[in-house]
Design a protein around this ligand. Structure first.
Ligand code: ACO
Length: 267
């Protein structure tokens, strides 16, 4: 890869022009996540260069991500910051700081793509859900394991899960903590595309190229418009389309190229 590369705390960031690739890079632990990883994700999001339009999230090795590092749940943190206990006065603030590692992937300024092979479990499934789009290999498997471990999914995954599969299926998937194969993920709309294992990189590259072929300001305005559609009535959304179109075309005529904010930022 040309462009810049940085690695810290089990995460690798590569930036090549308009494309940032975030790689979970602890394959010997199947990319199990710690607070350092969640904070690292948040830092990447907050410092993303403005020219970045597409963010690809991937995992090194056989699995995308095995979820939380189980040593943390067992109380051992292997040198990592421990997860907060219920008595921690900063419990809520700490969870919010972990969630920040996921929330930026929804920013209308970018399109995020999860490239998923092998397992995406718990916090790892939620990371895939935090992305706008998911490309899976045929061996990919999703599992919302948290309820089986006495936890609720709290890394922003519940809303996209319900939005994508609907409430009854989300209840079934979470409360049974069962595994969803790539074939079922496609049926449930949890995957945009399923490809053979050897074709993941080329499928992601094709999608990224297609996304970048659209004008940047238009892409940002359109994503924001679409994100707000579910919360609007038809009349409200039609009005929003008119407003955004006028602003987009006005900006283009004035040569500013700035993307109009649709609504109030990422939902
Ligand atoms: N935390 C810590 N270590 C892990 C984790 C994890 N979540 N997942 C895997 N590892 C370690 C294993 O202990 C093993 O270490 P070792 O080589 O020292 O024995 C190594 O990674 C490889 O794991 P294997 O199980 O041998 O790999 P395999 O490819 O056969 O299986 C799988 C991968 C399916 C992901 C399996 O490791 C697994 O089920 N992991 C636990 C998943 C889990 O329950 N995560 C918690 C979800 S809930 C949440 O995220 C909040």
């Amino acid at each position: 890869m040309t462009g810049s590369q940085a690695e810290a705390g089990g995460l690798r960031l590569g930036i090549d022009g308009a494309v940032a690739t975030v790689t979970l890079a602890r394959p010997e632990r199947r990319n199990a996540m710690t607070p350092a990883v969640w904070r690292g994700l948040a830092e990447i999001g907050s410092a993303l260069p403005p020219q970045v339009r597409v963010v690809v999230v991937r995992g090194e090795g056989p699995s995308f991500c095995a979820g939380i590092d189980l040593s943390l749940l067992a109380g051992a943190s292997e040198g990592s910051e421990p997860i907060p206990g219920p008595d921690d006065p900063d419990f809520v603030q700490k969870i919010a700081s972990y969630q920040a590692g996921y929330l930026w992937l929804r920013d209308p300024a970018i399109v995020s793509v999860a490239a998923v092979q092998g397992h995406a479990i718990g916090a790892g499934f939620q990371l895939a859900l935090a992305c706008d789009l998911r490309i899976l290999t045929e061996d990919a498997k999703f599992c919302m394991k948290e309820p089986a471990l006495g936890l609720v999914p709290d890394l922003t995954g519940t809303k996209p899960l319900v939005d994508i599969v609907g409430l009854p299926r989300a209840i079934e998937l979470c409360l049974t903590a069962r595994t969803v194969t790539a074939a079922e993920a496609l049926l449930l709309r949890l995957a945009e595309l399923v490809v053979p294992a050897g074709e993941l990189d080329s499928a992601v590259a094709d999608l990224v190229a297609a996304l970048l072929a659209t004008d940047a300001g238009t892409a940002r305005a359109t994503k924001a418009l679409l994100q707000h559609a579910a919360g609007h009535s038809l009349a409200e959304q039609a009005a929003e389309e008119r407003r955004v179109q006028a602003e987009l075309l006005g900006n283009r005529m004035r040569g500013t190229g700035a993307s109009p904010p649709a609504g109030s930022g990422s939902p």
